[in-house]
Write a protein that binds this ligand. Structure first.
Ligand SMILES: [Zn+2]
Length: 234
């Protein structure tokens, strides 16, 4: 169930009435769609529901309008079911954001394009993210950046260049993925998904894992030492 923003409602049946026209991304086909609702069935004046098919894919979306009769009469909260089938933010994305805010935004943007079904734009954004990540991890010379310094410490003995070198091969103009960038409009969902997965695995390995290890190490180091009876008395 997803909470819908008030801005998705384009038209109401009457002033303060139930939504009549809702514009949103269809949770099934991820296309931007205009849902025109024929009518609502209201239950005890507290909740109204309707099942309206997506004009694009024809699959029904359940809308629920929760009415607030007590605190602010006339106000309602609109929900849609199911949740979009799209991908959710990867675990540990915050570590990427603390390594580099622009790279974090690039990742968010790639995910957004992917979830809107813009495969070509999503793939191009992921390429941008991978290039930025490679540049950042290979050429960063600022030892003051906490996460980078930690990363260097933690990845001693791990060959960072190997996974990044593989990506460079993939993305080269004649590489498996690079070839497809000649015509970004021809990039399909499968390619966009593989690229996004590749980027997420790399971020998990190169950025999130070292970050969470540092966090765990600091929790272990700062853990209060339990007092034991009898030891100091000896
Ligand atoms: Zn649809």
């Amino acid at each position: 169930m997803q909470l819908l923003d008030g801005s998705t409602v384009r038209k109401r049946f009457s002033l303060g009435g139930h939504p009549h026209v809702i514009e949103m991304m269809c949770p099934h086909c991820l296309k931007h769609a205009t849902f025109t609702i024929k009518g609502w069935s209201e239950q005890a004046g507290q909740i109204a529901a309707t099942d309206t098919p997506c004009p694009s894919c024809g699959i029904g979306v359940l809308f629920l309008n929760l009415l607030d009769r007590h605190d602010s009469p006339g106000k309602s909260t609109l929900y849609a079911h199911p949740d979009p089938v799209g991908r959710t933010v990867m675990h540990g994305a915050d570590h990427l954001r603390s390594l580099s805010a622009p790279l974090g935004r690039t990742y968010d943007s790639a995910l957004k394009h992917y979830n809107h079904g813009d495969w070509g734009t999503a793939a191009l954004t992921v390429r941008h993210l991978l290039e930025g990540l490679a540049t950042r991890l290979l050429t960063d010379t600022h030892p003051g950046a906490p996460l980078t310094a930690q990363l260097e410490m933690l990845t001693k003995g791990v060959d960072l260049s190997a996974p990044l070198h593989d990506i460079a091969d993939f993305l080269a103009p004649d590489g498996i993925i690079g070839r497809q960038f000649h015509d970004a409009t021809a990039i399909d969902q499968a390619t966009a998904e593989q690229l996004l997965e590749l980027a997420e695995q790399l971020v998990a390995y190169l950025v999130v894992l070292p970050g969470t290890m540092i966090e765990l190490k600091s929790r272990i180091a700062t853990r209060p030492v339990p007092l034991r009876r009898g030891i100091t008395a000896a």
